[in-house]
Design a protein around this ligand. Structure first.
Ligand code: HEM
Length: 275
């Protein structure tokens, strides 16, 4: 069956899967770099020059700058520097041409990315639980679950790379990237959802509405599920699974594109205009 469906020696569905993965990567690169541009543009100068009170221009922040809270303010400043590195460097790791032609860049950028996600996660846990930055307990638990997955996956990606187990390294590195992008998926999720519904359906100020609850966990668990489906389809000999996974990737990419447009127009551009 597989051989009759095979095209030019390639198992059926492989081409569709590769094309959809490439499209997903293209949209991810644009969206992550817009996020990195926003972080650098909005927080860059104020953070590096020590004008922390300028963070208050972002009214959506729960705490941001607090007079007298030196440790908390520095933790937030460090979080912004790390966030810019994560958003810029992570997606570079996924570009096949860089892995094939510039392995040294892949290795160094990979080390920087891994250290940045580990530090951002530990710092994020500090902001959440020690500084007490969260709208409610469920969202604090949800983001902490993301932090735990980032730390576990990053350690496994690092260990498999050191052991030169490239197949396993690739899987753990992809998982690390996806969960480390949870906070980015969350922003895309919110603004894509608002754009589709023309209203903040299921979203409350306290972030305890139905959509708030869904996106708090869904921002990393849904992309992780799609990734697992992709890895399974790639390894399987089933053309049907490959084609249906290609469809799921296309749908995800479309939603991500809508979310990127929404977050860019209604979140990041208005904030950048205040700088
Ligand atoms: C590793 C990838 C991460 C990136 C790229 C990132 C990025 C950001 C950005 C850009 C902000 C500022 C808010 C905004 O302007 O949109 C922020 C705030 C925050 N992050 Fe993260 N973050 C990451 C991981 C985490 C994790 C894992 C946690 C918790 C365990 C966390 C906890 C927080 C908290 C509590 C704030 C809010 C501070 C406030 O409102 O005062 N972050 N993060």
């Amino acid at each position: 069956m597989t051989s009759t469906l095979a095209i030019a020696g390639k198992p059926a569905g492989n081409v569709a899967l590769s094309r959809m993965a490439a499209l997903w990567l293209g949209i991810t690169l644009i969206g992550q770099w817009v996020f990195a541009y926003f972080i650098a543009g909005f927080y860059g100068a104020s953070t590096l020059q020590g004008n922390f009170e300028d963070w208050a221009k972002n009214k959506a922040l729960i705490k941001g700058f607090l007079p007298g809270d030196t440790a908390g303010n520095w933790a937030f400043a460090a979080h912004m520097v790390l966030a810019a590195i994560v958003a810029f460097a992570g997606v570079l790791q996924l570009i096949p041409q860089i892995r094939a032609r510039a392995l040294a860049l892949h290795r160094w950028n990979g080390r920087v990315f891994m250290l940045a996600v580990l530090a951002a996660s530990i710092g994020g846990l500090y902001l959440t639980w020690v500084r007490g930055t969260s709208r409610n307990l469920i969202s604090a638990l949800a983001i902490s679950g993301d932090a735990v997955l980032i730390i576990v996956f990053a350690v496994l990606a690092w260990r498999t790379a050191r052991a030169r187990n490239i197949a396993a390294h690739r899987r753990w590195a992809l998982r690390t990237f996806v969960v480390a992008s949870g906070v980015w998926f969350m922003r895309l999720g919110y603004f894509g959802w608002i754009l589709i519904n023309h209203a903040p359906v299921g979203i409350t100020k306290n972030m305890d509405g139905a959509f708030d609850r869904f996106i708090a966990f869904g921002c990393y668990l849904v992309p992780l599920a799609v990734l697992e489906l992709y890895l399974w389809a790639k390894a399987s000999g089933s053309p049907r699974l490959r084609f249906s996974t290609s469809g799921a990737l296309l749908a995800s990419t479309l939603l991500m594109a809508i979310g990127t447009v929404g977050a860019t127009l209604f979140l990041w551009m208005p904030l950048l205009a205040k700088v």
